[in-house]
Ligand binder design. Structure first.
Ligand SMILES: NC(=O)c1ccc[n+]([C@@H]2O[C@H](COP(=O)([O-])OP(=O)(O)OC[C@H]3O[C@@H](n4cnc5c(N)ncnc54)[C@H](O)[C@@H]3O)[C@@H](O)[C@H]2O)c1
Length: 276
């Protein structure tokens, strides 16, 4: 990977190093853009190789504020590579967004053990490996800033409430929700300057949502993805699906000192869906 770079923007996140997994598209990329606008320096990771068009496009949009490393969140070796990349720079990490995730739907008797492990590995084990591997970098970063370092785990409303034919996804996102509270307690009680909070998006219009909706369509739940979008918007109290930027705004708040007294909590960004 190339050298980590910074930018000169002043803002709530000025001078902070942020790592965003799954940062090339959707919610991850929206967080990257928002963090860069608030002054952060970014390291994005995702599955695409360094020379992929999506990497070029994301880095161009971030205009010199970001660098990229190819890393699979399920690979311990890849986490060690991320740690080495951070150590080539300041060795400090102020913000970690565990955003990489996959959707998985299907009735319980259609989910193979391999598929179950796959969903759990990406959505729950990935954030565990991240927290374990990058603890020294987070501790060093946290010592720098008033609110401490901030770990932001992107769970889902499906980590709070159940949904038919989504049990593996429910389990993985529920695990991430309580994993977050566990590390939050551990670090707070040890007097460490690292906070951990989870974000629970509702239906946010991204590639993941579209392919998930396509699966429901193929299983006969709706005539088309557009019909399903319309139906989900109608079921949402605020009458629309969310945008990645809606989640990024909450992530920027949790990343900043504005949330300095928050740890182990969960922010629900769902247009009122779970309040019904
Ligand atoms: N879109 C929604 O409606 C919604 C709702 C609730 C929660 N979420 C969660 O938000 C997060 C981002 O979702 P999105 O909608 O932006 O999805 P997306 O598919 O647009 O982006 C996810 C990114 O994660 C990457 N990724 C997948 N597996 C990976 C792995 N093993 N290692 C590294 N990167 C990997 C993908 O390549 C992709 O770039 C996910 O954790 C998802 O579960 C999304």
């Amino acid at each position: 990977m190339a050298t980590l770079t910074g930018n000169g923007v002043h803002g709530r996140l000025a001078g902070r190093m942020a790592l965003i997994t799954g940062g090339l598209r959707g919610i991850g990329l929206a967080c990257a853009k928002r963090f860069a606008a608030e002054g952060a320096t970014l390291l994005l990771s995702d599955l695409d190789p360094l020379d992929a068009p999506a990497v070029r496009a994301a880095l161009a949009e971030l205009d010199g504020a970001a660098d990229y490393i190819r890393a699979d969140v399920t690979s311990e070796q890849d986490w060690l590579s991320i740690r080495a990349a951070l150590d080539e720079g300041s060795g400090k990490l102020h913000i970690l967004v565990n955003n990489a995730g996959i959707d998985q739907t299907g009735a319980i008797d259609s989910i193979s053990l391999d598929l179950w492990h796959h969903v759990m590995d990406i959505n729950a084990t990935g954030p565990f490996l991240a927290a374990r591997t990058l603890l020294p970098q987070l501790a060093r970063g946290g010592a720098d800033v008033r609110g401490g370092a901030s770990v932001i785990n992107i769970s889902s409303i499906m980590g709070i409430v159940g949904h038919a034919e989504a049990s593996a996804y429910n389990a993985s996102k529920g695990a991430l929700r309580l994993f977050t509270k566990g590390i939050a307690m551990e670090w707070a009680q040890a007097g460490m300057a690292i906070r951990a909070n989870s974000i629970h998006p509702g239906c946010i219009f991204t590639a993941l949502l579209e392919s998930g909706f396509q699966n429901w369509v193929e299983r006969g739940y709706a005539a088309s993805v557009d019909d399903l979008v319309e139906a989900m918007a109608a079921k949402t109290p605020m009458g629309r699906l969310g945008r990645p930027e809606d989640v990024a705004a909450a992530a920027a708040f949790l990343a900043s000192d504005d949330s300095a007294y928050m740890t182990g909590t969960e922010l629900v960004i769902d247009g009122g869906w779970t309040a019904q």
